[in-house]
Ligand binder design. Structure first.
Ligand code: AR6
Length: 183
């Protein structure tokens, strides 16, 4: 599903965040130490290679809601933006911290003059954020930021679990996405 807000296209796809050819920056659902972990972080570090963890060392630790940008090494992208999402029920207020991840990631992309960014569903795996609640925060935040973006023209959500894509699609439609553009 694709929808457009002004100049910015928001796209929902099922897939793997490590296989997003043609996207300038992919977002990592990181841990505070920016180390390879499970889930998205494990997959990104495995695909990028050990130099990624080496570069990350100088930025760690980060706090919930923060984001840092590094090279992407063997990934098919130019940059990785590492966001630390809130642990659900622990890092509060979780809605605000999750929204900050998306805002900070998009600001970093703007600063670098990037045209496209792909996000996984931050915090919805090991950090336990219910996907529907997280999707509402994520999509609303991107939707609200879209008119302020000058460089970023494409924001892609890469959903790993098929049901997560359905949830995101429904919420994007509720926000006013037309569903036009196919797929
Ligand atoms: N591509 C896209 N999405 C994925 C992929 C992938 N390759 N693999 C999993 N997902 P998580 P978090 C989905 O746990 O909740 C790590 O161990 C997954 O289904 O990666 O922010 C870190 O080291 C879920 O919907 O991130 C941290 O300690 C979503 O991505 C901690 O987990 C996020 O799942 C971060 O937890």
């Amino acid at each position: 599903m694709k929808t457009r807000i002004g100049d910015v296209e928001i796209e929902l796809v099922r897939g793997d965040i490590t296989r997003q050819e043609g996207i300038d920056a992919v977002v990592n659902a990181a841990n505070a130490q920016l180390l390879p972990g499970g889930g998205v972080a494990g997959a990104i570090h495995r695909a990028a290679g050990p130099q990624l963890a080496e570069e990350c060392r100088k930025y760690a630790p980060i706090r919930p809601g923060e984001a840092v940008i590094t090279g992407a090494y063997n990934l098919p992208n130019r940059y990785v933006i590492h966001c630390l999402g809130p642990r659900y029920g622990i890092d509060r207020p979780e809605e605000e911290l999750l929204a900050r991840c998306y805002r900070n990631a998009l600001w970093l992309a703007e600063e670098k003059g990037l045209e496209s960014v792909a996000f996984p569903a931050i915090s919805t795996g090991a950090f336990g954020y219910p996907v529907e609640e997280a999707a509402r925060v994520a999509l609303r935040t991107v939707w609200e930021m879209a008119p302020t973006l000058r460089q970023v023209k494409r924001v892609r959500f890469v959903l790993y679990r098929p049901t997560d894509e359905e949830v995101h699609r429904r919420i994007l439609e509720q926000l006013g996405g037309s569903g036009g553009g196919g797929a």
